[in-house]
Design a protein around this ligand. Structure first.
Ligand SMILES: *[C@@H]1O[C@H](CO)[C@@H](O)[C@H](O)[C@H]1NC(C)=O
Ligand SMILES: *[C@@H]1O[C@H](CO)[C@@H](O)[C@H](O)[C@H]1NC(C)=O
Ligand SMILES: *[C@@H]1O[C@H](CO)[C@@H](O)[C@H](O)[C@H]1NC(C)=O
Ligand SMILES: *[C@@H]1O[C@H](CO)[C@@H](O)[C@H](O)[C@H]1NC(C)=O
Ligand SMILES: *[C@@H]1O[C@H](CO)[C@@H](O)[C@H](O)[C@H]1NC(C)=O
Ligand SMILES: *[C@@H]1O[C@H](CO)[C@@H](O)[C@H](O)[C@H]1NC(C)=O
Ligand SMILES: *[C@@H]1O[C@H](CO)[C@@H](O)[C@H](O)[C@H]1NC(C)=O
Ligand SMILES: *[C@@H]1O[C@H](CO)[C@@H](O)[C@H](O)[C@H]1NC(C)=O
Ligand SMILES: *[C@@H]1O[C@H](CO)[C@@H](O)[C@H](O)[C@H]1NC(C)=O
Ligand SMILES: *[C@@H]1O[C@H](CO)[C@@H](O)[C@H](O)[C@H]1NC(C)=O
Ligand SMILES: *[C@@H]1O[C@H](CO)[C@@H](O)[C@H](O)[C@H]1NC(C)=O
Ligand SMILES: *[C@@H]1O[C@H](CO)[C@@H](O)[C@H](O)[C@H]1NC(C)=O
Length: 663
């Protein structure tokens, strides 16, 4: 026994000391041990490695078994293991548990949504302030410059432990990359390795410093043209590239991310001049000598508007080419000189950016106008510098110090309510099909005395000239005459600021004509208005001319000559707002601003066209870039023209009836 004990201990010692691989034990009972040098999945990736790592989840109040919220913390990693620098990385994270993102370090949501944000359907992140990932080759393997680590914190629902809530998908959105379906590394980590799509040849080499400029409906350039340690001067250029895009009274807004403030502007102005935030903020501690009364705005999200034309030559406020048009930006085909708006601003920086080369554009850009399409803007992207003609008059170009581009595209949100509508009428039918009930929305109000669901009632021609509130008597009389039963309550109005009447004026053997009338029921004038009409295919081939509009054919959305573009001839290009009736005898009825023209078509190239029944009516009508709602019905011919006499008779009866009602 005395001999055996040391041996036993020796064996035990042997077992503990010997590495498992050398032990003599059968493999079945071998203790799992860490591999000598674990190969991490990122080492196996020669492209862009993405990982989503769930760090922790914790139940948070309220206690609700039906919709229990949890806090989550996770890390998104983007690592460039490839051969080329990744500019402006963009990663889609397919959240799927009704996540509300509360914070994200060193990143932004790309379309400018501010945090906290609902991201339950997934969202795209981009880096901020650093958005490019260098390669190991460029940096001798400096992981710091090759990696973006985004710490995410947010709330999610119904993810009771031990379940580990991971997104459904992570992938690189940048063009030219292919990401395989992500795989689970452990229960908490989702990874994928994105590689170059060999079918897309991209001209980026290690020498190209910036991304090329991108096309878009409206582009905004942020060009830094003077840089000092504590401030810089930037020129902001907004340019319309869409033939049907337009802005009136534009309002531009963005977020200062680094406590900057605007000292001075030329060519535009903030809606509120207010430096109080600086006086009570960190800025007053840094800029001790500055008189903040001279500062324009310290708002974190200022709203910038254009100056009126009267300030064009004002040496302190204006004096910028392409400024001061009350915020109007037109399509290029109307006037190239009015398709661009420019202003400059002097931006005061804050530490740690007191350095000429520390330049950061503001984020979350948004531009909107009145009765214009909706634009959605991407983040500022650093692009090649802008060149200007040299101010010295030398035949050379001067370069901006740094340039960023913001691309804004028109969004067709389905939920967006229209801002204008169309009514139809035709020579063969004495009724007008008015705009749809609530075409431009109706306020929901319990006291409402009209019905938002009932279709609108046919109206007589002269009711078209009256505001909806004053049409009732004529409408009632007309429908009584037509033996129509009247709904109760009556349908609500269209509530549109602008309505357009499309009147089929004639249809003869060789051609046909349409009379278009534009009504402005709103409070604002529309200088330089435009109207664009798209038809069912064949009709536009026969377009000949318009009489008091300047009309031409336009190719949009990839079609050829598929749109008639109309603007007023000089002198008729101003659509005034609704105004009071000047004639005192006509009681108190407001009259709309009005523009009218006849358009002529021939049938030479479109034999067999069925103008009256459908081909002569538009498929899409766009006023100042805003699509107008079309009625659901077309006017119908009631069995030929035989009842002309009856129509005349019924008109006489109607006017007698309407006259009596009005009295
Ligand atoms: C949470 O609510 C459930 C029922 O809704 C209840 O059974 C449970 O005890 C509650 N838990 C706490 C910690 O209050
Ligand atoms: C960003 O995208 C989300 C989801 O697609 C959308 O709900 C949101 O309105 C967008 N935000 C902006 C500012 O366009
Ligand atoms: C997610 O998408 C669904 C269906 O498209 C929509 O109903 C829901 O509002 C979206 N949620 C968020 C947070 O955008
Ligand atoms: C993941 O998201 C990307 C970008 O939205 C998409 O192209 C890809 O098809 C998605 N993959 C899966 C498996 O859903
Ligand atoms: C790539 O660069 C070459 C030479 O600079 C140029 O000819 C070619 O058009 C470029 N291709 C693309 C897709 O930009
Ligand atoms: C905007 O539209 C252009 C094409 O007109 C497209 O190339 C670009 O990717 C779009 N940009 C965004 C941010 O959607
Ligand atoms: C500019 O706008 C102001 C106020 O909105 C208005 O009074 C003025 O007539 C407008 N000028 C032009 C040329 O549209
Ligand atoms: C200025 O900023 C640049 C980039 O942000 C940095 O490389 C440089 O070292 C800074 N210079 C000073 C004097 O801080
Ligand atoms: C200056 O820039 C303009 C527009 O970008 C260009 O057309 C012109 O050729 C440039 N001139 C010189 C001297 O580079
Ligand atoms: C027209 O409608 C307005 C607003 O409801 C009303 O004030 C006015 O008296 C009406 N005019 C007539 C002639 O009915
Ligand atoms: C489109 O219209 C223009 C003039 O309006 C005409 O010159 C051109 O030939 C037309 N193109 C086609 C393909 O019909
Ligand atoms: C005029 O058109 C409307 C709508 O299509 C129709 O209901 C009505 O009967 C037509 N009137 C006549 C007199 O044909």
């Amino acid at each position: 026994m005395g001999v055996l004990l040391p041996i036993f201990f020796g064996v035990l010692l042997l077992f503990t000391v010997t590495p498992p691989s050398m032990s003599q034990l059968p493999p079945t009972i071998m203790v799992p041990a860490p591999a000598p040098a674990p190969i991490s999945p990122s080492d196996l990736c020669n492209g862009i490695f993405l990982s989503y790592d769930f760090i922790l989840g914790r139940k948070i109040p309220p206690n609700d078994t039906a919709d229990q919220p949890y806090r989550f913390e996770s890390v998104l990693t983007v690592l460039n293991n490839g051969r080329e620098e990744l500019k402006e990385w963009r990663v889609f994270v397919g959240f799927q548990h009704n996540e509300i993102l509360i914070s994200a370090t060193d990143a932004l949501i790309v379309n400018g949504t501010e945090l906290p944000a609902l991201v339950g359907n997934g969202t795209i992140f981009g880096g901020y302030p650093v958005s490019d990932l260098k390669t190991a080759i460029q940096t001798a393997g400096d992981l710091k410059q090759m990696t973006a680590e985004i710490e995410l914190v947010g709330t999610q629902f119904m993810v009771a432990p031990p379940a580990v809530p991971l997104p459904s998908n992570i992938s690189l959105v940048n063009e030219g990359w292919l990401c395989p379906v992500p795989t689970l590394q452990s229960k908490r980590e989702l990874t994928t390795c994105c590689i170059r799509d060999a079918s897309i040849i991209v001209n980026t080499t290690i020498t190209t410093k910036f991304l090329p400029r991108q096309p878009g409906d409206l582009t905004i350039m942020y060009d830094v043209i003077r840089a000092y340690d504590q401030n810089y001067l930037t020129e902001v250029t907004m340019e319309n590239h869409n033939p049907l895009g337009r802005l009136d009274h534009w309002e531009l807004s963005f977020d200062w991310m680094r406590d900057e403030f605007i000292q001075k502007m030329q060519g535009a102005y903030p809606t509120v001049v207010d430096a109080t935030k600086c006086i009570f903020g960190p800025q007053s501690l840094i800029y001790t000598g500055l008189d903040f009364a001279d500062v324009l705005t310290c708002e974190r999200r200022p709203i910038i508007i254009d100056l009126p034309p009267t300030k064009k030559d004002d040496s302190t406020l204006g004096n910028i080419p392409s400024c001061c048009r009350n915020g109007t930006i037109l399509p290029r085909i109307m006037d190239p000189s009015k398709s661009v708006s420019v202003f400059t601003m002097q931006v005061a920086k804050m530490p740690p950016d007191f350095n000429r080369s520390a330049l950061f554009p503001p984020q979350n850009w948004r531009i909107k106008g009145t009765l214009n399409p909706d634009y959605s803007c991407g983040p500022p992207v650093r692009v090649t510098p802008t060149f200007y003609p040299d101010p010295s008059g030398m035949p050379t170009n001067k370069s901006s110090f740094a340039s960023w581009q913001i691309v804004c595209n028109i969004t067709q949100a389905k939920t967006e309510i229209p801002k204008c509508c169309v009514s139809f009428s035709a020579f063969f039918n004495d009724s007008i099909i008015p705009c749809n009930t609530c075409a431009c929305g109706c306020v929901s109000e319990t006291r409402r005395t009209c019905s938002a669901e009932t279709p609108s009632l046919l109206i007589p021609p002269d009711a078209l000239l009256l505001p909806f509130e004053n049409r009732t008597a004529l409408t009632l009389a007309w429908n009584a005459l037509k033996h129509k039963t009247l709904p109760n309550p009556m349908p609500c109005g269209d509530n549109c600021g602008v309505s357009i009447n499309w009147h089929m004026a004639s249809d003869y053997r060789g051609g046909w004509t349409v009379r278009i009338t534009i009504f402005n029921w709103g409070e604002i004038d529309f200088p330089n208005w435009f109207l664009a009409v798209q038809m069912k295919k064949p009709a536009l081939l026969g377009f000949e001319k318009a009489y008091s509009f300047n009309a031409s054919l336009l190719s949009v959305d990839g079609g050829v000559n598929n749109t008639i573009f109309m603007e007023g001839l000089p002198g008729l290009d101003y659509l005034v707002a609704e105004a009071d009736e000047k004639d005192p005898k006509k009681k108190n009825i407001r009259i709309p601003g009005k523009q009218q023209s006849v358009i002529q078509f021939s049938k030479k190239l479109t034999p067999g066209i069925n103008v009256a029944e459908r081909d002569g009516f538009p498929a899409k009508v766009i006023f100042n870039g805003e699509e107008c709602l079309l009625p659901d019905l077309l006017p119908m011919a009631s069995g030929g023209r035989r009842n002309g006499a009856i129509t005349v008779l019924s008109f006489i009866t109607f006017y007698v009836a309407a006259f009596m009602v009005l009295l």
